[in-house]
Design a protein around this ligand. Structure first.
Ligand SMILES: [Zn+2]
Ligand SMILES: [Zn+2]
Length: 300
């Protein structure tokens, strides 16, 4: 089943139309609240959670005592609650008290980093899906069949079935290509890395567009920074350039607001437009449909 990228009708909605549910700060939990709000308003993830597509086939209810709470179940509950209850404000106390399930090193009540937390949440949910997928495969190969909540043999378990990945990867996963071209012989060396987000420097940029342009700008490696070319067999001047190999369905962009090692904050405004067009940053070798797909990207 394909991801549902636009908002679907919400069957649990008691909430009257209006501003989103506010989350109360429980003491230095702004990092937690901002990440939860971003995830709650990511349509494909919210649509997935509103149909309980994770918890329907998660084994955590049966094995909770053995393995503890499941991070994806916790997130699903939180997102459904935020999009359903008709209150102006809510307290995300459950997820706050379970913070160590997502990030072991985090401490209750301590100031933490939002981007770091987001990475922990995404990794925890992705790993949960992988674990369930493995479990499902084991059961199928043991001839036990797969139990799922709605009785349909074809329904995807725990958000699986999206091209061999997990629902988390299908939503946020993409790939960047880093190309180094020898300026002497012209040999190109390409390396592709999977990404779940892009981190942009904003110290010298006042807009997202400008920060992205700088990120994807070609850089000449020369002087002390020369490149060892496999063909020329020596250090040469080279051109390095990043490009998007595969655009994610939802592009997460982190603005690097930390300055230096003493944790100063770059708190200036960074402007962004509602529509983000990535086509000029796409890698030439990537599939043509990728250039179309990137129009669906959202920035947070
Ligand atoms: Zn679960
Ligand atoms: Zn060369």
């Amino acid at each position: 089943m394909a991801l549902q990228m636009t908002w679907q009708p919400n069957p649990h909605r008691k909430r009257k139309p209006g501003p989103p549910l506010g989350l109360k700060n429980l003491g230095n939990t702004c990092y937690l609240n901002s990440v939860l709000q971003c995830l709650t308003y990511t349509p494909p993830l919210a649509n997935f959670c509103l149909k309980f597509r994770h918890s329907i086939s998660c084994d955590s209810a049966a094995e909770r005592e053995k393995r503890g709470e499941c991070p994806f179940c916790l997130l699903e509950k939180r997102i459904v609650r935020s999009l359903s209850i008709d209150q102006p404000l809510d307290t995300p106390s459950r997820i706050n008290s379970c913070i160590k399930i997502f990030a072991e090193s985090f401490k209750l009540g301590r100031q933490e980093d939002a981007h770091e937390f987001l990475r922990y949440v995404i990794d925890a949910c992705h790993n949960t899906c992988l674990r369930l997928k493995k479990l499902q495969k084991c059961r199928v190969s043991n001839g036990g069949g797969v139990a799922n909540g709605n009785g349909s043999a074809n329904s995807h378990s725990a958000g699986e079935g999206f091209g061999g990945g997990t629902v988390v990867k299908e939503i946020f996963g993409g790939a960047l290509q880093s190309q180094v071209k020898c300026l002497l012989c012209g040999l190109e060396s390409n390396k592709v890395d999977e990404i779940m987000d892009i981190s942009l420097d904003v110290l010298h940029s006042d807009s997202l567009k400008d920060a992205l342009q700088k990120f994807f700008q070609a850089e000449v490696l020369d002087g002390n920074n020369k490149y060892k070319c496999d063909n020329c067999k020596k250090l040469v001047a080279a051109r390095k350039q990043m490009s998007i190999f595969q655009a994610p369905n939802v592009l997460v962009i982190q603005l690097k607001r930390f300055e230096g090692i003493f944790g100063g904050k770059i708190d200036k405004l960074v402007a962004f437009e509602e529509l983000l067009v990535l086509s000029s940053y796409m890698c030439k070798a990537s599939q043509p449909e990728e250039a179309l797909r990137n129009r669906n990207s959202y920035a947070y």
